[in-house]
Design a binder for this molecule. Structure first.
Ligand SMILES: NC(=O)CC[C@H](N)C(=O)O
Length: 361
């Protein structure tokens, strides 16, 4: 394989040299790292990574190929992948194509032969790192460090329904900020009807569609970009039993007066220990977030903290004291990562079944 030289020019002043896997392309964005040992396809197709150049710390990527019949999103995902060693000859019974053929077809920029350990240490040291992948070493243009408008670009334009279509099926509405297919799949396992709605859907539209419960999805960018949506998020969650995942969790918190802040370098991986405050039980979770609900102000809010991160003590889950509103910062739908928390989604559906008021008789 003859490959063109690629550079990562960082806002820290560092320049790393590697090679392009596939077509040379120029792209810039926030440089983050994910420590999962598997799940590269899920990371590449998770819309929460939109606008980010994702470094995978596991050194060999592509060895079990790509299964094109699965994936978190067909159209969106990481803006680029930064890896150490690509595997060009995958071996797995479900693989339909190789990493190289897949990224070539998707026109996704991928750079390899990078010392990903060194790059990860740079990100850990500097925190907020932005960079540009470019074929030109002296490409020191000013990097755009504020990314806005990511959610509107990845959200559905009109409602789309999945699963049971019978009139008496329980109906869960998903507010799509960049949802992963795995969230829909986890809901559908409970024999419900799921409708995915655009990010700016109102309470009235949800009532018109006769939903019984609402799930606020994951998604890319700073939750404060959606400040205009907060009154609507609050109104919807005060009307329907509600559950938030990652960005959805952050938006629910903001809508009730909490604050969010940026973590030093984010939580992205498949082994983040989280403790349930009530039981002290620790579960390994799948995570992908750069922002977090700030501790400051939580006690003045209507929420109690339900989960805490064991590594850094940050807030991992909230439960409203009076309303049927709960949320988690981690990913109970997994993919990639441990499935130990998928029961949380089943419990939400059960709660909607038992306590959701069906007003659409
Ligand atoms: N996976 C997500 O929903 C990420 C939420 C948000 N974009 C963050 O980085 O914190």
């Amino acid at each position: 394989m003859t490959a063109q030289t690629a550079y990562i020019v960082l806002n820290t002043g560092d320049v790393l040299t590697g090679k392009y896997l596939g077509k040379p392309q120029t792209v810039e964005g926030e440089v983050v790292f994910n420590t999962s040992m598997m799940g590269y396809q899920e990371v590449m197709t998770d819309p929460s990574y939109q606008g980010q150049l994702v470094t995978l710390t596991y050194p060999l990527i592509g060895n079990y190929g790509i299964n094109e019949s699965i994936g978190e999103s067909v159209a969106y995902g990481a803006s680029a992948l930064i890896i150490q060693t690509p595997c060009l000859h995958p071996d797995h019974p479900t693989s339909t194509t190789s990493l190289l053929d897949y990224v070539t077809k998707k026109q996704m920029p991928v750079i390899y032969d990078i010392d990903t350990r060194h790059l990860t240490k740079l990100i850990r040291k500097h925190g907020n790192v932005f960079g540009k992948i470019t074929p030109t070493a002296d490409d020191h243009v000013q990097l755009t460090q504020v990314q806005t408008g990511l959610v509107p670009s990845v959200s559905v334009r009109k409602p789309i329904s999945f699963g049971e279509q019978t009139e008496d099926a329980l109906h869960i509405g998903v507010i799509d900020y960049g949802q992963k297919q795995s969230i829909i799949n986890a809901l559908l396992k409970n024999d419900v009807k799921v409708t995915v709605f655009p990010y700016d859907t109102t309470k009235q539209t949800l009532e018109h569609h006769e939903v019984d419960g609402v799930l606020f999805s994951n998604g890319p960018g700073d939750p404060m970009d959606l400040v205009d949506q907060l009154p609507s998020v609050k109104e919807i969650s005060a009307t329907f039993p509600s559950f938030g995942i990652c960005l959805g969790h952050q938006l629910l918190a903001l809508s009730y007066g909490c604050k969010t802040e940026k973590l030093p370098y984010g939580h992205r991986g498949g082994n983040h220990p989280v403790k349930a405050v009530k039981t002290n039980q620790v579960t390994m979770t799948s995570q992908n977030h750069g922002f977090v609900v700030a501790e400051d102000g939580i006690c003045d809010s209507p929420f109690e903290v339900s989960y805490l991160n064991v590594n850094d003590g940050s807030i991992e889950g909230l439960k409203h004291k009076d309303l049927l509103v709960q949320s988690v910062q981690f990913h109970p739908e997994a993919n990639p990562g441990p499935w130990d928390s998928t029961y949380i989604i089943d419990e939400f559906v059960q709660l909607v079944k038992e306590k959701g008021v069906r007003v659409y008789a």
